[in-house]
Design a protein around this ligand. Structure first.
Ligand code: SAH
Length: 257
């Protein structure tokens, strides 16, 4: 006989995992895509998004998926990262490099706990970079958090699918945690990646208009602004306030006299 409590727990686990998406950016080797799908399926993750894969679909991907080809069949395809994460309230980048610019870098464990504390149904993407060169700065600028699997600093780069496996495991572990999850009491949705990017663009436009910012000599302002906004886990309503304020400034500049 099945235990109803177990069923409820299973369902809660499935719901938590259903909001998670693994995004692979410009993967060169189709075998890595298949192996990533396998890594995902073992941990109960289903949503794979591919940004400009070099060779996909491919027999090598299917072979390496070892039975997780259902994930490959329904994987979404995108021409850029912004499109792949547009609806996500939380976007997490991954890096093999011990220090990545000035981004505060966390562990997968800390990230997984933070993800499980997000308002219910927040879509969350974990983004993995190219085998040769990882993620670009523009791609990292779309991420609210950046994580690094704490490897030996002298040899820090894992195989792509192995990195997916470790992160997916941490997410499952956090989702399974016996301790009642500190699910946010405030279920107001976070702004998604598209809304956040639009707000940053708006901010820069107004800063340029009031001659605080000169795009010809950007110094490090755009990058710092991305970092500030991304760190803030802005709610949708907060982005609306910010946009409304910026629009008011723009309109003021237009009024005669
Ligand atoms: N030479 C590249 C390495 C890319 S490895 C670089 O310097 O960035 C391919 C991808 O695997 C990375 O973009 C990242 O998504 C993932 N990865 C590899 N090692 C990792 C680690 N230690 N922590 C987190 N992600 C890692």
């Amino acid at each position: 006989m099945t235990n109803p409590a177990e069923n409820t727990a299973d369902q809660a686990l499935r719901e938590r995992l259903a909001c998670l998406r693994i995004v692979l950016v410009e993967t060169s080797h189709p075998g890595n895509i298949g192996a990533a799908a396998r890594a995902m399926k073992t941990m109960g993750l289903k949503h794979l998004a591919l940004v400009n894969p070099r060779d996909f679909p491919s027999a090598a991907a299917t072979a390496n998926a070892s039975g997780a080809d259902d994930i490959l069949h329904v994987a979404s395809r995108h021409t850029n990262l912004a499109d792949a994460v547009a609806d996500c309230g939380m976007v997490v980048g991954t890096t093999a490099r011990p220090r990545y610019l000035e981004w505060p870098v966390e562990s997968p464990r800390a990230m997984a706990q933070a993800v499980m504390a997000l308002p219910a149904n927040t879509q969350c993407a974990l983004v993995f970079g190219r085998e040769q060169s990882g993620l670009s700065n523009e791609e990292l600028a779309l991420c609210q958090r950046v994580i690094r699997i704490p490897t030996d600093e002298a040899f820090s780069s894992l195989n792509l699918a192995q990195a997916v496996q470790i992160c997916a495991y941490e997410l499952r572990l956090a989702a399974l945690s016996d301790a009642p999850l500190k699910l946010s009491e405030d279920n107001e949705p976070l702004a998604n990646a598209r809304e956040t990017a639009d707000a940053i663009e708006h901010l820069l436009r107004v800063m340029e208009r009031v001659e605080f910012y000169n795009p010809e000599r950007p110094k490090r302002l755009p990058g710092r602004l991305h970092r500030l906004i991304n760190r803030s886990d802005l709610k949708r309503s907060e982005v609306q306030i910010l946009r409304g304020f910026l629009t008011a400034i723009e309109e003021m500049g237009q009024s005669p006299g």
